[in-house]
Design a protein around this ligand. Structure first.
Ligand code: PMP
Length: 406
């Protein structure tokens, strides 16, 4: 199927609204994506016609809701090609998935003096949980450096492994630089040292095919809201052999088999990690979003967005005094930039007045900002519904703002 852009845009009602009387140009997809009608309708429909708590009920609606929730798990499994639905843990999002992993893995399998290897371009959500663990347990963080194009230095990465290394955490696509990291290769390196790897797929899952078996990822995390799904839902994928070894994260209902005041036995996978009522309506929304992406074809989306990002890069490079951060050989649909001495916040605010939504600031990657020697950038990030006309509007907007400052 060739992408029918007009049809796709009409699937997203918000795209036809105006902002300050101007057509909305939404280029903040790295922060969150807009939702197609089918996702929103699935949520409304389930509340109106199926709603009941899952897993516990003998009655009709509870069973229907449970079937929907568990079929969403199967949709996620298929989407990332996991071996089993036991490997799909529903969470609130990427951040909670990483916190779950760090907490359980750190608790069970790390000791004082152990080390975790992270890349310099990690989002705070793949740094701070490890730092909190470091505070509790005295583990150390070691950092994979990058070159000035924003590519990780694989030789340096290899040198970071020591007998105390216990885990590697890498983002598959940088939310600032757009770099697509060679995570398959990096996982193979870690496995040669018998070390597991967690992949932060928050920025990759909407844009490129992610196959956990092909990557041989031990853990992989993402958020529904960045892949056209609802907020408040995410996924922790973990190889069953690893998840079996990890203790529960939170205690409560759903995650237990038997409780007495003396002793509790835990439920099987994946429920051991899912305490309390899950966002079973949100998981339906996530499954609908993944079905939507699958119907268009992730490879079609990847090719389309690649063309769009190339076009945007070429057009942006025409702007005098622009600096683009991130020039990796393989880039996703994210472009970070600064123009002359114009503060990123001023650029973002003035573009907003033209109806153009971009993100400004440190993008929750302050260590990366430090490496780049800047405080923040303006970031345009694209999705399957963006157009070349919108890129032209961005470029015209930047030129207009630049003139105001010159
Ligand atoms: N990792 C990366 C690379 C991200 O871009 C983001 C979101 N900006 C996150 C993690 C955190 O995702 P969430 O806020 O949905 O938990």
């Amino acid at each position: 199927m060739i992408m029918n852009l007009q049809q796709i845009r009409s699937d997203f009602p918000i795209l036809s609204r105006t902002v300050y009387g101007k057509p909305l140009v939404y280029l903040d997809n790295g922060a969150t994506t807009q939702k197609p009608r089918c996702v929103v309708e699935s949520i409304v429909d389930e509340y109106y016609s199926v709603n009941a708590n899952v897993h516990r009920g003998v009655h009709f609606l509870s069973q229907k809701a449970t079937e929907l929730h568990e079929s969403s798990r199967e949709t996620v499994r298929r989407f990332i090609n996991a071996r089993s639905t036991n490997e799909i843990v529903f969470t609130r999002g990427t951040t909670e998935s990483i916190n779950l992993l760090v907490s359980s893995f750190g608790e069970a399998l790390m000791q004082e003096g152990d080390e975790v290897i992270l890349s310099v371009m990690e989002h705070h959500s793949n740094i701070v949980p490890w730092q909190l663990l470091a505070g509790r347990k005295g583990i150390k963080l070691r950092v994979i450096p990058m070159n000035d194009r924003g590519e990780l230095l694989l030789d340096e990465y290899e040198k970071l492994f020591t007998p105390r290394t216990r885990m590697v955490g890498i983002t598959q696509i940088s939310n600032v630089l757009g770099t697509v990291n060679p995570v398959g290769e990096m996982i193979a390196t870690a496995h040669a040292h018998n070390i597991p790897v967690v992949i932060d797929a928050a920025q990759s899952i909407p844009h490129i095919a992610v196959d956990v078996q092909q990557l041989d990822a031990d853990f992989l995390v993402f958020s529904a809201h960045k892949v056209y799904g609802p907020t408040g839902v995410g996924v922790l994928y973990g190889k069953e052999t690893w998840l079996d070894r990890l203790p529960p994260y939170q205690g409560g209902g759903e995650m237990i088999r038997h409780v007495s005041f003396e002793h509790t036995t835990f439920n099987e996978l994946p429920f051991k990690f899912e305490a309390g009522t899950p966002d079973y309506i949100g998981t339906t929304g996530l499954a609908k979003a993944l079905d939507y992406v699958t119907a268009i074809g992730i490879d079609h989306i990847a090719a389309y967005e690649h063309g769009l990002t190339d076009y945007a890069t070429r057009r942006l490079q025409e702007i005098p005094h622009i600096r683009i951060f991130g020039e990796a050989a393989r880039k996703g649909s994210v472009i970070s930039f600064l123009v002359g001495n114009i503060h990123h916040f001023d650029m973002g605010t003035l573009l907003d007045r033209l109806g153009i939504a971009v993100r400004t600031g440190h993008h929750c990657a302050q260590p990366l900002m430090q490496r780049l020697g800047i405080e923040g950038t303006v970031r345009a990030s694209f999705a399957l519904y963006n157009t070349r006309e919108e890129i032209d509007a961005l470029v015209a907007g930047i030129e207009r703002v630049s003139k105001m400052f010159s």
